[in-house]
Design a protein around this ligand. Structure first.
Ligand code: PEP
Length: 251
C-alpha cells in the first residue's frame, strides 16, 4: 500500500521564530493517519525540528545540491540537511526551474545525490499554461519524468515521491479540476510502470500540488491516483493544513 503524504512547502516564508511557532501549531494537529511533512526555509530547519520533536511531523527542505561540499555559494548539501533533521527534500519545484535555471538534468543530479545520502525526494513536475493550451502536457511530463528519474534503480524509487504541480495552478488560486489532476497522475503512474515496473508504479506516492486548499482537498485526494498533496499557501495556515491532513487521512 502506498503512503498518502501531505507536505507543506513554506517557500521563502517565515523567520526562525515564526517558523518555530508555525511548526509547533502543526505538531499539535491530531488524528493524522497519513505522513505529514513540513519544508521550511533552510535557516528555519533547526527551529522547526525542535518544535516538531515528539510529534509525527517530518522535516523536509526545499532544495539540495548534488555535490557533497565545495565552492557553491548559496547552495546546501544533503549531509547538511540530514544533520539539520531532514528526512525529505523537494527537488525541481517549478519556481526553481523558472527562476533559478533548474533543468531536468540538474533535477536528476540533485535527486540521485539526495537519495544516495538517504533522503526521500519529492520530485516536482508540471506543465505551464502555454504547454497545456498547446496540448503537450503529456509530452512535457514524459520528458521531466524520464530525465528527472534517469538511471534510478527500482530500489531507489522506494524513496521517491512525485509531485504533479501544473505551473499555472501554483499560487494562482486556479486549481486543476479533479479530473485533470487525476488524468496526469494516472499518466505518471503508467510511465513509471513502463520505466521501472508495475510494482514500483503501484507503490509510488504521487501528489497533486497547485492551490490545494481546505475547500478542494477532499475531492482531489479522493481520486484514485492522487496520493497526497504538496501545499504552498495553505500550509502556512494551521487550520487549513489540518483540514487537508484530515482529508489525506480519510483515504
Ligand atoms: C507549491 O508551492 O508547491 C504549491 C503548490 O503552492 P500553492 O499551494 O500555493 O499553489
Amino acid at each position: 500500500m502506498r503512503k498518502t503524504i501531505i507536505a507543506g512547502n513554506w517557500k521563502m516564508n517565515k523567520t526562525p521564530s515564526e517558523a518555530a511557532e508555525l511548526a509547533a501549531a502543526i505538531a499539535q494537529i491530531q488524528g493524522a493517519k497519513c505522513e505529514v511533512v513540513i519544508c521550511p526555509p533552510f535557516v528555519d530547519l533547526f527551529y522547526a525540528k525542535k518544535a516538531i520533536e515528539g510529534s509525527c511531523v517530518k522535516l523536509g527542505a526545499q532544495n539540495c545540491h548534488f555535490k557533497e561540499s565545495g565552492a557553491f555559494t548559496g547552495e546546501i548539501s544533503a549531509d547538511m540537511l540530514i544533520e539539520a533533521g531532514c528526512e525529505y527534500v523537494i527537488i525541481g519545484h517549478s519556481e526553481r526551474r523558472q527562476y533559478f535555471a533548474e533543468t531536468d538534468e540538474t533535477v536528476n543530479l540533485r535527486t540521485k545525490a539526495a537519495l544516495a545520502k538517504g533522503l526521500k525526494v519529492i520530485v516536482c513536475v508540471g506543465e505551464t499554461r502555454e504547454e497545456r493550451e498547446n496540448g503537450i502536457t503529456e509530452n512535457v511530463i514524459d520528458r521531466q519524468i524520464r530525465l528527472g528519474l534517469k538511471d534510478l534503480s527500482k530500489e531507489e524509487m522506494a524513496n521517491v515521491v512525485i509531485a504533479y504541480e501544473p505551473v499555472w495552478a501554483i499560487g494562482t488560486g486556479l486549481t486543476a479540476t479533479n479530473e485533470q489532476a487525476e488524468e496526469v497522475c494516472k499518466f505518471i503512474r503508467g510511465l513509471i510502470a513502463k520505466l521501472f515496473d508495475a510494482d514500483v508504479a503501484e507503490e509510488t506516492t504521487i501528489q497533486y500540488g497547485g492551490s490545494m486548499n481546505a475547500g478542494n482537498c477532499a475531492a482531489l485526494l479522493a481520486m484514485p491516483n492522487i496520493d497526497g498533496g504538496l501545499i504552498g499557501g495553505a500550509a502556512l495556515k494551521p487550520a487549513d493544513f489540518a483540514t487537508i491532513i484530515a482529508a489525506g487521512s480519510a483515504n
